[in-house]
Design a protein around this ligand. Structure first.
Ligand code: FVH
Length: 311
């Protein structure tokens, strides 16, 4: 059955979301600050809203996909109680305090709020490779779930709206670390004559093989025990890390990506953990967590240490 849905924000991602909904047979109403970006979608069957208020009035489910929360705040600045009873699905990348602020404001107007993190690029939307994280109003997720399923796999993480945003940032951290490492590796290999394409048959299987270490790392992180059955101790690894930084400099390659990794390893070595695995290097810092919680908690805290443990 055709359902009505409004999409606010028609950048690369908002356009992909809107196309997918139209192709799935939904009645899509679209709004974008720069109206011309809606033209192709209107030609495909979407209805153009002249204002944000019109987009809100058109549907019970509203999807927001904008650059950042400043844009979300600007776009929803004047909505007021016109948004009462609507389900707002905000798929904009943001920080925990931003999520809490908009969720509280919209709840104050009587809207149901779901925050989301899209784990896909625009061409992946609507394919089995895409997945989207959601958290917030459980009943709203239940009601809109069928429409949202058009984007890819949906993962509902719980009632706290910040769960999706923080998990999104966590997954993006893993991606940026991987891509940064790949770019540095490719520059190093390039310095001795390999093109990026020639280097692929070495780097791809290497990264795939290293992924298999993650379950063991996860067990060590959860138990806090980084010293059992050590195979690749940090002292040994820090020699390689320092060699990477020094060799990069001597080859004229900016070591900026690897320098913080070297710093972290040295810090952990200095703290006496050289014979541990490297899995203990990045941990929630008690002092930082304490400061954050004093300045108004910015998201869910570690289950192992609540605010009272440090403050
Ligand atoms: N594209 C991607 O690969 C990623 C994949 C994972 C999820 N992200 C997130 O999706 C959000 C939007 O990203 P996007 O790719 O659509 O971004 P752009 O193509 O740059 O479009 C930006 C849209 O935001 C509108 N906008 C910006 N500022 C304002 C404002 N002050 N008021 C109203 N609208 C604003 C912009 O409008 P216009 O410039 O066309 O008028 C675009 O619609 C993002 O959170 C990613 O992290 C995408």
């Amino acid at each position: 059955m055709s359902k009505s849905i409004s999409i606010i924000g028609l950048g690369a991602m908002g356009t992909a979301l809107a196309k997918t909904l139209i192709d799935a047979g939904d009645t899509a109403t679209v709004w974008n600050r720069t109206s011309a970006r809606a033209d192709a979608l209107v030609a495909r069957g979407a209805r153009r809203a002249a204002t944000v208020a019109e987009a809100i009035a058109a549907s019970d489910v509203l999807i927001l996909c904008l650059t950042d929360y400043a844009a979300v705040e600007t776009t929803l600045a004047d909505v007021g109680t016109a948004i009462a009873g609507k389900t707002v699905v905000n798929l904009t990348n943001g920080r925990p305090h931003e999520v809490r602020a908009i969720a509280a404001r919209l709840a104050g107007y009587g809207a149901r709020y779901l925050d989301g993190g899209i784990m896909a690029t625009p061409p992946m939307i609507g394919t089995p490779h895409a997945f989207v994280l959601y958290s917030g109003d459980r009943a709203a997720f239940g009601d809109a779930g069928e429409q949202l399923a058009a984007f890819g796999q949906s993962h509902y993480l719980g009632e706290d709206p910040v769960l999706a945003a923080v998990s999104d940032l966590a997954l993006l951290s893993a991606m940026y670390g991987l891509f940064g490492g790949y770019l540095h590796a490719t520059a190093l290999a390039g310095s001795v004559g390999f093109t990026a394409k020639q280097f692929l048959p070495l780097v791809e299987p290497w990264l795939a093989a290293m992924m298999t270490a993650l379950p063991d790392y996860a067990e060590r992180i959860d138990s806090g025990d980084h010293s059992r059955d050590v195979m690749s101790n940090l002292s040994m690894q820090s020699v390689a890390i320092t060699n990477i930084v020094a060799a990069s400099r001597s080859l004229g390659i900016d070591p900026a990506f690897m320098e913080p990794i070297e710093r972290l390893a040295k810090k952990r070595l200095a703290a006496g953990f050289g014979s541990d695995e490297a899995s203990g290097q990045v941990r929630a810092d008690d002092a930082l967590q304490c400061a954050a919680s004093k300045q108004q908690a910015d998201g869910p805290r570690s289950k192992r240490r609540g605010p009272s443990a440090c403050c």
